[in-house]
Ligand binder design. Structure first.
Ligand code: TXA
Ligand code: MG
Length: 366
């Protein structure tokens, strides 16, 4: 058990003393949680195998699930990767600093356990001034997964980090809520054609303009842990709150009917339902006296992305057993929101009352 210290920092101009303290912790082989523009990361020196092992222990993350290496600037790519394709530099110039992660061939400078022993490494240059300052002051590449316990929703505030990792991280740099709210888009440039591994903060449509041959698998693209070897990042039961998420397909009217049915069916079993809706669904659900949170306007995907994980956590805090949510379209940032909701729902989409009954009858043993 470590005594976790929280340093409040100005998100636009972080205090040098706090950054220096955090950088010293990184250089000494220990852990710092810090904000990026996407979510908070749990960082350690990417060249220090023992420090990286501490990340996996703190998160209780399987060692086979590889980490993203963060760099202060694109010109450091050549220090952590080998055989860099020209496309990597073009994408870096277009999207960095920003929420795009590139999977490339790993240089031996990067600790092997960063990538679970793979010969590839995922890299990005974050745009957040606090992440930037920490990277510059540390002088080393920083490997950082999202700063949540394995399979919990990613943290978008320092408070979320503490909920999951208090006593397991040395310093938390608290710069308030992150602006994008969903993780970076991950693209594999070591496969031919390049592949979208995880939809995220940069919409697939923007990438296709630079790489027309990018393979974009249908969203959701998921695998179960039991199936053995699966592509990293495609696991189900990622981003899960404690409550079970039931994802409903259909328009507002269909959602309204199923929300009423869900409350009735759950009531009969002594289970509590919470609703994760958009503003448009609020009037229809107003007569249901259950915990209801809105992601905001249905057409504002940026706002929805920013609040999704916090809303899932807040419904959990209400003590509900079931979170009923509506499927999101695949356009723009919607693809990433849809992906996270689908994983939280363990890959099940409900289309009618029979499907709902089947899921509620499945039980809630965890
Ligand atoms: O926005 C983000 O990407 C945040 C912030 C902190 O930068 N980080 C993040 O890290 O979301 P994490 O560990 O939660 O997700 C990393 C994703 C996983 O899906 C992982 O499987 C994939 O990147 N990944 C990492 N290295 C890889 C590799 N060598 N090959 C394929 N996928 C890789
Ligand atoms: Mg994560």
């Amino acid at each position: 058990m470590t005594k976790t210290q929280v340093y409040p920092v100005n998100p636009d101009a972080p205090e040098p003393a706090a950054i220096a303290a955090a950088a010293a912790v990184i250089r000494s082989g220990h852990l710092v949680a810090f904000p990026t523009e996407t979510v908070y990361g749990l960082g350690a020196n990417a060249c220090d195998e023992a420090a990286i092992a501490r990340i996996f222990a703190a998160k209780e993350r399987p060692f086979a699930d590889p980490l993203i290496v963060h760099l202060a600037a694109a010109d450091q790519l050549a220090a952590v990767c080998v055989d860099l394709p020209r496309l990597a530099w073009e994408l870096a110039a277009a999207f960095w600093p920003g929420p795009l992660t590139l999977v490339l061939w790993r240089s031996s400078v990067v600790a092997a356990n960063v990538s679970g022993g793979r010969d590839t490494v995922a890299v990005r240059v974050p745009a957040h001034p606090v992440a930037q300052a920490l990277l510059v002051a540390s002088g080393v590449p920083i490997a950082a997964p999202s700063a949540n316990r394995f399979s919990r929703p990613s943290p978008t505030t320092a408070q979320h980090v503490l909920e999951d990792l208090d006593g397991r991280v040395d310093i938390v740099l608290d710069a308030g809520a992150t602006t994008i709210g969903l993780e970076s888009t991950v693209v594999d440039l070591t496969s031919d054609p390049p592949r979208l591994l995880r939809p995220g903060g940069i919409p697939a449509e923007e990438l296709l303009a630079y790489m027309p041959d990018l393979h974009v698998p249908p969203t959701p693209n998921v695998a179960r842990l039991e199936e053995g070897l699966v592509a990293p990042g495609t696991l189900l039961r990622h981003y899960s709150p404690r409550a079970r998420v039931l994802l409903v397909r259909g328009d507002a009217a269909a959602f309204c009917v199923l929300a009423h049915a869900a409350v009735e069916l759950a009531d009969a079993q002594g289970l509590r339902v919470g609703l994760l809706v958009t503003d448009a669904d609020l009037p229809c659900c107003a007569d249901l006296l259950v915990a209801t949170v809105s992601l905001g306007a249905a057409e504002d995907y940026s706002a929805m992305a920013r609040t999704l994980f916090a809303r899932l956590r807040s419904l959990d805090a209400c003590g509900v057993d079931i979170i009923l949510a509506r499927e999101i379209s695949v356009t723009g940032l919607g693809r990433a929101i849809r992906d996270r909701l689908f994983r939280a729902a363990e890959g099940v989409v409900i289309e009618d009352r029979a499907g709902l009954e089947e899921q509620i009858d499945r039980g809630f043993g965890g």
